[in-house]
Design a protein around this ligand. Structure first.
Ligand code: TRP
Length: 451
C-alpha cells in the first residue's frame, strides 16, 4: 500500500504552516472565553491543576496520535479510519469513529458560532466607546441586553457562520497561514496588556492564588470530568480536527515536537487569560462563577479604565473573533472533506450545506439565552446540554477511541515509522501512554462519576 501520496485536499507549505494552522485551531474561545468561566465555576486552583495534568498526560499523547493517524491516512477521518483499520486487518467499522467526530464537530460549531457572535458584537460596543468609565453594573447590563435579544444574536451568528464557510469553501490552507502568523501573536500581546492592567488592580495576588492554590475539597468528580473534557476541547482533540490537519502534513515534520509546541502555546494563552480576568473579578467584587458571560462582564471594565482602552478593546475583540474563526474552520473541515471525498460534492457546495445545517442548529443556542432560558433538559439549557455532551462526553470518548486505535489497532511498525521519534525510549513512553494510561484515565473519570 503506498503511503507516499499526498492528500487530495492539498498540503501545508511547511512545518510552520501546520503549526500555525493547528495553533489557530487550538487557540480560540476555549482559551479566552471558556477556560476562565469553567475555572470560576469549579473553584479555581485544583481544577486548573487537573486540567494541566490532563493536557500533559492525555492531551499531548493524543494530539501526537491524531496527527500520526491523519498523516498516515491522508484522507478525511472517516476514510482514514476505514483504510488504516483494514491495513491492520481490523474491522472497517472503525470508520464510525470518524463519523462521531464529524457529528461532534458539527454540534460544537453550532454553538461556537453564537458565542463568536457575542465577540463580534463587542467589537462594535468597544469601538463605540461604550465601555469608557464603565461600572460593573453598566457592563453587566450591556451584556444582558445583548444576549436577551434573539434577533441580534442570530444576525451575528449568521455573519460569523458565513465568514467561516467562505474560508472553508476555498480550502483551509490558503490565507489561514498568513493570518495566523500575525494575528495570533497580536492577540497574545493584547492579553499581556490586560495582564498588566490586572496587576494594577490591587487584587492580582488574589487572582493568582485563586488559580494556582489548589483546594481539593472544592473539586467534585464532575469538575474532574469538565477539566478533562476541556483539555480535549482546548487542544481541538477527540473529533478528527487535528487529524485532518495532520493529513495535510509533509512526511519530514517531527510530530512530537510539533505537538508539544502547540500544547504549550495553547496553555499559555489560557493561563494568561485567566490571570488577566480573575483579578478584575476580585477587584470589583464580581462573581467568579458568573458562567458564560464572565469575560464579557470583566474585560470591558479593564478596557473602560485603561488609557487607550477603546482602541485596545476594539482590537482585542477583533482578534478574539479571528481566533474563534480559525478554530471554527477546523470544526467543520472533517465534515466538508468527507462530503467531498465520499459524495463527490464540490467544496463550495459541501461548505454551504454543512454551514447551513450548523447555522440552523445554532438557533437553539441563541434561544437558550433568551426565549428558551427556562427550558431545561436534565437541568441544563439547550446550550449547556450541547456543550456538556460534546466537550465532556463525545470528545473524551473520541479521544479514548483514537488512543485505542493508535495503540492497539494500527500496526506497531507503521506507527513507529510514522512518528519517527528520535529516542526509542520516547516511543516506548508514548506507546505506554496511548495504550494504557490515557484509556484507563478516561475510563476511570467516567466510572467515578457514576459513584
Ligand atoms: N480548540 C478550540 C478552542 O479552544 C475549539 C475547537 C476547534 C475544537 N476545533 C476543535 C474543539 C475540535 C474540539 C474539537 O476554542
Amino acid at each position: 500500500m503506498s503511503d507516499s501520496r499526498g492528500s487530495i485536499h492539498g498540503e501545508w507549505s511547511s512545518r510552520w504552516a501546520f503549526i500555525l494552522a493547528a495553533t489557530g485551531s487550538a487557540v480560540g474561545l476555549g482559551n479566552i472565553w471558556k477556560f476562565p468561566y469553567i475555572t470560576g465555576e469549579n473553584g479555581g486552583g485544583a481544577f486548573v491543576l487537573v486540567y494541566l495534568i490532563c493536557i500533559a498526560v492525555i492531551g499531548i499523547p493524543i494530539m501526537m496520535a491524531e496527527i500520526m493517524i491523519g498523516r498516515r491516512g491522508r484522507r478525511s477521518p472517516i476514510n482514514t479510519m476505514r483504510v488504516l483499520a483494514k491495513q491492520g486487518r481490523h474491522s472497517p467499522h472503525w470508520k464510525y469513529l470518524g463519523w462521531t467526530g464529524v457529528v461532534a464537530g458539527f454540534l460544537i460549531i453550532s454553538y461556537y458560532s453564537v458565542i463568536a457572535g457575542w465577540a463580534m458584537a463587542y467589537v462594535f460596543r468597544s469601538a463605540g466607546a461604550a465601555f469608557e468609565g464603565a461600572t460593573a453594573d453598566g457592563v453587566a447590563s450591556i451584556f444582558s441586553e445583548l444576549v436577551s435579544d434573539p434577533e441580534r444574536l442570530i444576525a451575528w451568528h449568521s455573519i460569523f457562520m458565513v465568514l467561516t464557510m467562505i474560508v472553508v469553501s476555498r480550502g483551509v490552507a490558503s490565507g489561514l497561514e498568513k493570518a495566523v502568523r500575525y494575528l495570533m501573536p497580536s492577540l497574545f500581546v493584547l492579553l499581556l496588556l490586560l495582564l498588566g492592567y490586572s496587576m494594577s488592580t490591587g487584587a492580582f495576588m488574589q487572582g493568582v492564588s485563586f488559580m494556582f492554590n489548589p483546594n481539593f475539597s472544592a473539586l467534585s468528580g464532575e469538575a474532574i470530568l469538565i477539566a478533562m473534557g476541556h483539555a480535549f476541547f482546548t487542544l481541538s482533540l477527540g473529533m478528527g480536527a487535528i487529524m485532518v490537519y495532520g493529513s495535510y502534513l509533509n512526511k519530514d515534520t517531527s510530530i512530537a515536537k510539533t505537538s508539544i509546541t502547540i500544547a504549550l502555546a495553547d496553555t499559555s494563552v489560557a493561563l494568561v487569560a485567566g490571570l488577566a480576568i480573575f483579578p478584575i473579578v476580585f477587584a470589583n467584587d464580581l462573581e467568579a462563577a458568573a458562567g458564560p458571560g464572565l469575560i464579557f462582564q470583566t474585560l470591558p471594565l479593564a478596557f473602560g479604565h485603561m488609557p487607550g482602552g477603546t482602541l485596545f478593546g476594539t482590537l482585542f475583540f477583533i482578534l478574539l473573533v479571528f481566533a474563534a474563526w480559525s478554530s471554527a474552520i477546523s470544526l467543520i473541515e472533517p465534515a466538508v472533506t468527507w462530503l467531498v471525498e465520499t459524495l463527490h460534492m464540490d467544496r463550495v457546495r459541501a461548505s454551504v450545506y454543512s454551514g447551513l445545517a450548523a447555522w440552523l442548529l445554532g438557533i437553539g443556542t441563541v434561544f437558550s439565552f433568551n426565549l428558551w432560558s427556562d427550558v431545561t433538559f436534565f437541568g441544563k439549557t439547550f446550550f449547556d446540554l450541547l456543550d456538556y455532551l460534546t466537550a465532556n462526553i463525545m470528545l473524551p470518548l473520541g479521544g479514548l477511541a483514537i488512543a485505542l486505535f493508535a495503540g492497539w489497532i494500527m500496526v506497531r511498525g507503521t506507527v513507529k515509522e510514522e512518528l519517527k521519534l528520535q529516542h526509542p525510549r520516547m516511543f516506548q513512553l508514548w506507546y505506554l501512554l496511548v495504550r494504557y494510561v490515557t484509556p484507563v484515565a478516561v475510563i476511570i473519570v467516567f466510572i467515578s462519576l457514576q459513584g
